[in-house]
Write a new protein. Structure first.
Lengths: 364, 364, 364
């Protein structure tokens, strides 16, 4: 499946974007500048599999998934009936707007249907229902399941009796792999060369992560995918007030990476070096959420590099000033826009419908 | 687009209506007695626009919208696939059954899909998510949004970053414009001459409003639309125990109207004069809901004029006795029935699909 | 409508079932071993009717409904568009996962749509809305309604003004008829002869019910249907620590049955006699749920008869050990799997679409 972009795509300069959109809007077709082919065989390896962690994606599968998402985003391969007859169960035992609605919207735009638990208190879990049994139940009710839960082991428990594919939509302080997909989909549309080229040493990027990968699930999943891009990321600085922001498990992976890791508790002092800043507002600490320290705030007055971009999974807290929204540093709104397409690509891949979409079977 | 009713429609007398329906059931075709044409140009002016207040409707647009709703209600123009591929986001940050389910039902019966927030506690708002960012999020997830919120300024905040049309489904003590659409759709089916004729002085109507337009959103939006009918409404009596039931903003509009305004705190004493009584059970007072005074109760024993009708947006409290349900004073159940059609008409208008429906493109 | 099974169906032995399924998986076609015909006339008697209690089903209607469910489960009569254009309102004023999602899934797999109340707190009921008025509202919003409520009289109140068919999805401590449908659908797939033959005296079955039919709704509805099978059920033992587990209403029915009733508070001591054990974890006692006594626990160590099966409506508590899951005593997971099909059969029957499905009108 070869996708030939008419020519090398360059993004519209920020000042020429339509006035009613805020932040960068990189062209999804830029993902094909370096690699025009979508390798179906790699995507097929994900069919029927569950996605419990960012670790399930190697670099090649990730890039094929993003290219497929880009094809969907450009609208060149209509898929509005690709999942007709399929049901997504969205089981959100922890409050969420974005992730749940994003999955539901992705599923509905593919012609599928959704059944949802929006609140643990509306479920039998309130009466002590076991997650194993809920997994068994979903075998009969749905074709694919996305789950969010406050407990780290909930995803594992739910998968024990489940025979349909499961997506981890955030499990306590552990992981949130599809948020990381949305994050990296936005980054690679903006700079495809991070994944597809071998940059000279002085062009490699310096990534700043504000927060604690050890107990912030979006940050952790983001970092796991960042390690896959080690050829063109020279440095990662973790900015946190905590003594051990990585935690033992993720530290082991970072130690083995060729990327140089630094640690700082001075966000403003680091900004002059950073090409990409990843923020999140809250850490999940077992008994609830904790906001970032008030030292970690970005605004239009922050000494950002001219071409630096900021990513944030949203919802935001005071750490991200709205005066950054209408600047070319804002890649976070593009992240949110792309999330529906990357989740569509994932649903189609897991349910084995990539080929039929690319063969134009749904173009009416 | 001319709709020719076979002849002048007169409503079935109450005692001849089927026994299993309660209350009046005026024929929607009566709306075409005076004006058989649906003026598409007027409806097109609402396409892509948001509906934050009852003020967006001038009298002409309102009547065309009602005639379009009537066409949908008669079933003459099938529209069950008119919004296929479109998604309505129903964002109800304040509890609701009627309005949310009514919009969802309207959307689904047009072939569209819905994603819903039924409870603020199930959302990122619980973690402090800003409404601006939620608006930005809906740009990617939905084609049209209806929002309800306890705060008056929430609708404005949500619309700031939103690029798809927004419907105010009730914002604190401010407005609830689509409830007023349902109210006036019922009233004009019952008496089309209120809008379409010039009645002689002694046939003009006297409208009674129980409650405080200043802090009851349904009452306020209802009153705003009532002012558009000033040619045939001679008097409006506001029945309330509060010293200033109008409040400064709406008082200004009422002062400019040719309608004569009266104020009373004696409901029973007013009933002999009133042709239409609009009630609501609760006022939203910033920190919660307050019921009407127990002096304001209507029942079958109340000294209502023979042809008087009662409107109530429901859910009801003790102010509206169920013994009125099976009487020809009950127009409130018809209000509820019509709400789905008037909301269908609004969704089709805002999404630019009126013409295709009237051209019969969805009649299969 | 005659369904000819190729030959007498015998179920696959447990050890030969696929390893990824737990518990028994009887073949739905076994239901046609004794009676190959689906009697449409009997099903048509349920069209447009409400299902408030297990009493609405006589034995003949029950068996035709199960055979129709079996046809849907085998996939021989595609029905994925049979309810296109129809809306199910799922009004769950009491927490539920299983029943709500099962009905939603059933409706969506038939091409219908759903609008849902998942939590009483998200509704106008929180503001004191009357159930009568909610019923009136659903006339306009939906074509069929399923309701769950903590109060026994809620189903009756909701039905007073309702003109579309209503399904009782559990009303306080009273009834849960569609759970009983799922229970008996599983049992009759496992042993069709219970309903379709006249067994010799020594082959008749002994049924054990752990719990109190008087105040456990699933147990009560299950027992009502058990009474219909009196020809082949010789004994029912009620195992409970309560003095009067039946309660006055149901006791009257049991007294008239030819089945011999026994009472015990010693579960382990009864097991040697029981062919079928029906358990539930919780009783609804007006002010909340109460778990079973810890004396009433089944596990793989319990002295069950070799061919005995256990039924449990789930969610489970400690009374049902997970070490029974991977044994041939586990019929409870099959119960859950069949629930979607038996609810599909019920929806199609109540909405009058059985015939069109069996005539293959939706086989595309």
């Amino acid at each position: 499946m070869v996708v030939q972009p008419a020519s090398q795509v360059t993004h519209t300069p920020y000042e020429e974007l339509p006035g009613n959109v805020l932040g960068l809007r990189p062209d999804p077709q830029a993902l094909f500048n370096h690699s025009p082919e979508v390798k179906l065989d790699l995507l097929k390896e994900l069919t029927g599999k569950s996605v419990l962690s960012a670790y399930v994606f190697d670099k090649q599968k990730l890039l094929e998934l993003f290219k497929f998402a880009a094809l969907l985003q450009t609208g060149r391969f209509p898929a509005s009936r690709a999942l007709t007859g399929k049901i997504l169960a969205a089981a959100f035992f922890e409050p969420s707007t974005r992730t749940r609605l994003s999955f539901e919207s992705a599923m509905l735009r593919l012609g599928g249907e959704t059944i949802s638990v929006a609140d643990a208190k509306t479920t039998g879990v309130a009466k002590g229902e076991s997650l194993r049994d809920i997994g068994q139940m979903f075998n009969s009710y749905a074709d694919i399941v996305v789950v969010r839960h406050t407990e780290q082991n909930a995803v594992q428990l739910l998968s024990e009796y489940l025979r349909v594919p499961l997506i981890n939509g955030g499990n306590g302080s552990d992981e949130h792999p599809t948020q990381a997909l949305a994050d990296w989909y936005a980054l690679l549309k903006w700079r495809p060369e991070i994944a597809f080229s071998k940059l000279p040493e002085d062009k490699k990027l310096h990534l700043g992560i504000v927060g604690t990968p050890g107990n912030m699930r979006t940050v952790k999943s983001f970092l796991i995918m960042a390690l896959l891009m080690h050829e063109n990321i020279s440095d990662i600085t973790i900015i946190s007030e905590m003594a051990d922001p990585l935690g033992p498990e993720i530290k082991d992976f970072c130690d083995k990476s060729p990327i140089s890791f630094k640690f700082s508790n001075d966000l403003q002092g680091c900004l002059g070096d950073l090409d990409i800043i990843y923020m999140n507002s809250i850490a999940f600490l077992g008994d609830g959420y904790r906001h970032l320290s008030s030292n970690f705030v970005l605004s239009s007055k922050s000494p950002l590099k001219k071409d630096a971009v900021v990513l944030h999974p949203l919802a935001r807290g005071p750490e991200l000033d709205i005066d950054l929204d209408d600047t070319p540093h804002n890649l976070y709104f593009n992240q949110a826009d792309g999330a529906v397409f990357v989740r569509q690509a994932l649903l189609l891949t897991m349910l084995g419908r990539v080929e039929t979409v690319l063969q134009g079977e749904y173009s009416s």
